[in-house]
Design a protein around this ligand. Structure first.
Ligand SMILES: Cc1ncc(COP(=O)(O)O)c(C=O)c1O
Length: 376
């Protein structure tokens, strides 16, 4: 499966008559469809909490809320954002393992009483700022099949799990379960299977010590096809369902949740950008476009994003440089992208631009972030 553009060149041209490029075209239907597809692929047994960090724009929050989804938030600002949409507290999951005291107190004051931790000192902070709260332990799992490793910074070593859960209980907190993240853009469901097996052994060992866990959070990581195909989500989730069946359902009285970000929003957005300059430098064709690394293509840096660049032109393609509009020489999106001969003002469509793109864009050099246009 590859992300497809959600708008034709013909429509993009029409839209660009009334609005300056660059802009991002959002298909609200696609957000809904992605949420439903993932939910079905997980046999409607896993509650989904959309990871707001992937794309926090209001339209996305509103759709997820309207279809009954939950939200994974990482900061006080993300909490305020979803609370502005009157999302009930039981639909909000606060996932950050290492937090400022002031943030713990703020969430507690707002009525959140489930916190994630992955080390000793965090237990002490939670016990002090949110006494008697429930807690989940984030563990480190192998991220070798993922583009973005999310176990480098957070996650307790599995061998410390029992000690940490017992310490939390001794400090007056209520251990509820285990979280993990297999890494973002995970290309093999085997990573989930291994992690689920590991969680099963922690659930069993904890039960022997009288700690009965009842919540499992399998994180995000569900992949989408940018330039390389990824398995269809139903096929991908089969292995996860089998592992949950074997290690959890029927063995523990457990609720399972997931925190998908990318899968929900990435291919619901298509970027429309335009060639604004062309030159030959060192025998190579350079195309300058009106969005770049400081804008929607910030995902090239922070998300290791490798996007499909679509043009309307056929014909012989040559390795070309694609650069953003700012004065910084660093603002080069691709150094060797095979492109046909393009002219000034030609439009370019980039599908799959919804996750970890505008959220990390800036207005550097006075070039504004791409606006969002909703089409359906
Ligand atoms: C704690 C947590 N949950 C969920 C996500 C979303 O992951 P993805 O976009 O890969 O689904 C992330 C991504 O960084 C994360 O850190």
């Amino acid at each position: 499966m590859l992300a497809k553009p959600n708008i034709s060149f013909k429509k993009a041209k029409l839209l660009s008559k009334g609005m300056e490029t660059p802009f991002l075209v959002l298909s609200k239907k696609k957000i809904e469809e992605n949420y439903t597809r993932l939910s079905l692929a997980l046999e409607n047994k896993v509650s989904l909490f959309y990871a707001v960090k992937a794309n926090p724009i209001s339209e996305v929050i509103e759709i997820i809320k309207n279809i009954g989804g939950g939200f994974e938030v990482s900061s006080a600002d993300e909490l305020r954002l979803v609370m502005n949409f009157n999302v009930p507290l039981n639909k909000i999951f606060y996932s950050t393992p290492v937090k400022k005291r002031s943030e713990i107190s703020y969430f507690y004051k707002e009525g959140i009483n489930l916190f994630v931790f992955d080390n000793d000192t965090e237990i002490e902070k939670i016990a002090q700022c949110a006494p008697k709260s429930q807690v989940m332990l984030r563990i480190q799992t192998k991220n070798k099949n993922s583009l973005i490793d999310l176990s480098l910074k957070f996650g307790a070593e599995p061998k410390e799990a029992l000690y940490l859960l017992e310490k939390a209980r001794n400090m007056g907190l209520y251990p509820r379960g285990i979280c993990f993240h297999v890494g973002s853009q995970c290309l093999s469901p085997e990573s989930y299977k291994e992690a689920i097996k590991l969680c099963h052994s922690i659930f069993e060992a904890a039960a022997e010590r009288g700690i009965h866990l009842d919540l499992l959070n399998i994180g995000g990581g569900f992949p989408i096809g940018y330039r390389k195909k990824v398995p269809d989500i139903t096929t991908f989730c089969k292995t996860i369902n089998e592992a949950l069946k074997y290690y959890f359902y029927g063995r523990f009285d457990v609720d399972v949740v997931a925190e998908p970000g990318r899968f929900i929003c990435a291919d619901a957005f298509t970027l429309v950008t335009r060639v604004i300059g062309k030159s030959i430098r060192n025998n190579k064709i350079w195309y300058y476009i009106d969005d770049g690394l400081y804008g929607s293509f910030s995902g090239r840096i922070y998300d290791k994003g490798d996007y499909l660049i679509l043009t309307e032109k056929d014909g012989y393609k040559v390795p070309s440089v694609l650069a953003g509009p700012t004065c910084d020489s660093f603002d080069v999106i691709y150094e060797d992208y095979e492109l046909p001969d393009l002219k000034i003002d030609d439009l370019i469509l980039v599908p799959g631009m919804g996750a970890y793109t505008i959220v990390s864009a800036s207005n550097f050099n006075g070039f504004k972030r791409a606006k969002v246009v909703v089409i359906d």
